[in-house]
Structures are given as C-alpha cells and as structure tokens.
Design a protein around this ligand. Sequence first.
Ligand code: SF4
Length: 350
Amino acid sequence: MNGKFVNKELNKILLQEEFTKDDIVYLLSLEDEKSIEILFARADKIRKLYCDDEVHLRGVIEFSNFCEENCMYCGLRKDNEKVPRYRMRPDEIIETAKRIANQGIHTIVLQSGQDFYFDSDMISFLIYSIKNDCDVAITLSLGERSFEEYKAWKIAGADRYLLKHETSNPHHFSIYHDKQKLSTRLEHLKYLKKIGYQVGSGNMIGLPLQTIEDIADDILLCKELNIDMAAFGPFIPSPDTPYQNKSAGNAVLTLKAMAVIRIVLKDVHIPATTALDTIETKGREKGLRAGANVLMPNFTPNPYRDQYQIYPTSVRKDLDPSLSGIRMQNRIESIGRKVSQSKGDSLKMY
Ligand code: SF4
C-alpha cells in the first residue's frame, strides 16, 4: 500500500463519529511516522474542541502504601516485604492538602493501597476536613472498597473516584490479580457512577500477554461505562514483583492509545501520566499534544514519597516526580497551553 492510500483510508476513519473495534485496532496499529502524526493532530484538534487549551492539575497525596492486594505488576503488593510501609497521619494529610490548594491547584487526589486501616470514618473525616478548609474537588483512589463506604464518602463530600479496570480481558485480569475479579471491578465502577461520582478508569499499556485487540477492548469498555476520566499509562516493571523482568510498555503505543481515546470518547479527561514521563523524555508534553488535558503532580511529602513505588521512578534519574508549582506551569506554557483555574469537573457536566 502506498502512503497516499494509507492516509486516505486513515483520514476517512478519523472523520467518523462512531468507531468499531476494527477501526480502533487499525488506528492503534499505525506505524509510519506520518500516519501517527495525523492521528495525534486529529486527537489534538478534538481536545481543543472539548477542553480548549486548559490543563487541569490534580495534586496527588499518596497517604498510605499498605495494601491487602497482590497485583502482579505492582511494587506495593502485599507480598513485597522489601517496601518500607508508611501511613501519613491525618493532620499531615490535611496540611499537605492545604499546601496543594495554596498553590492554586483545585483538585486533591487522596491515593493509597487497599488499606483498611483507613476505615470509613477516617476517610470521611479527611474529606470533610479538607473540604472545610479548601475550595477543592476531591478524588479518591483507594482501590475496591465496600458500597457502603463509597456512599458514606460521597455524602462526606468526595467528588470523584479513580479505579482502573486495568484490563477488560477477564482471563488476563485473573492472572494479574490474586483474589479480585473483573466482574466485581466493573460492578464497582457502575455503582460509583450510579451514586454520582465522576469516575476515572483505565489500563496499563504493555502488561504481559496484552494484545492490540485488548487495548481496543479497554477503550470500548471506557466508552460503555461512560467514564469521566481515562487514564492509560505505560506498564513499568517494578523490582521484587513477579513481573520484574518483563519489558516496559511502549511510549508511542501509549501515546497512540491516548489519542484514540480522545478521538473515540471525546468528552473525557485524559491525564498525561507520570509513568509516561518516566519512560519517555518530555512524555508529559507529548501526551498533552496527543489528546491529554490533565497532569497529576505528586505532592506526597518526604520521607514517604520514595516509598510509594508502584513502579521505580529511579529508572529515569533526571525525573522530578513532583514538578509542582512554577516548573509544571512552565512546561505547560512552553507548548502553548495554560493552567486551568477551575476544578476541572467532568466534561459531561457542561
Ligand atoms: S495496584 Fe493497587 S491494589 Fe494492586 S497491589 Fe498495587 S496498590 Fe495494591
């Protein structure tokens, strides 16, 4: 096939309103530079249409690295005895949230492993206290918890919940996870949506066994669930896990997946993840040019930050995982975008 024919076919698909799985597989499989450029340009155009040039910052606090689960790919898995475990005190968490809000960031992400030490009341207290002191939206990223807890935290003031489905392939899900099931994960995502959370989900690009068809299914699942944020970052092998010797996910494939999500789902928030920045120079900027409109700077204070290693940030020695404040703003402005002053609620709410 000559280039002209490929571009004609590509342009025809990109202008469609609806996309089949075959269309998505075609887009994810593009290999020549010119075609990939066309894909990214289309995603960027749709991003501008739905999100304008604003980039939303979500300040992340990783307040506990204890976890009851044993996900094969994760450095925080329960069986990893080499990780020094920590829990931040409630006052430390609230102070960190205030620091984030004082920097003009309007979303706080409270993230932890699946740690039941932080029970329903403790999380409600954190949500209530932060909301009382700061004019921010709160995203919870606490793993699978009970429906009663989700409900209590919504009442306490939580706005959003981030729970990645990781893979839409039930067989792969059962391999990656110890006790958890894909059907349960999907029930939780549907319930969170039903009770009014803005819901984020997503996968990891490059997990062992994953095929391009699986990624296409992941994108279609996000569409079916009508999610508000789609977080697709690359898999990075973590030491002392069963997948420590597997290959990392591919940065270009991750960028292609982000672009395809923007083209297919349109009105969703898409983060350019820290993981992408970890494996690819200027990964955040590249992500923002391929459909993304969200960055999630890490505000976890030391000494805790280095102990929250879902994957090792040390793989990029020059990485500053926080890039908070002025440096983050500079990176955003260097590509002609601006930091949003809004809370960045779901695009489906407007
Ligand atoms: S991915 Fe989340 S639930 Fe799984 S082991 Fe890591 S922290 Fe725990």
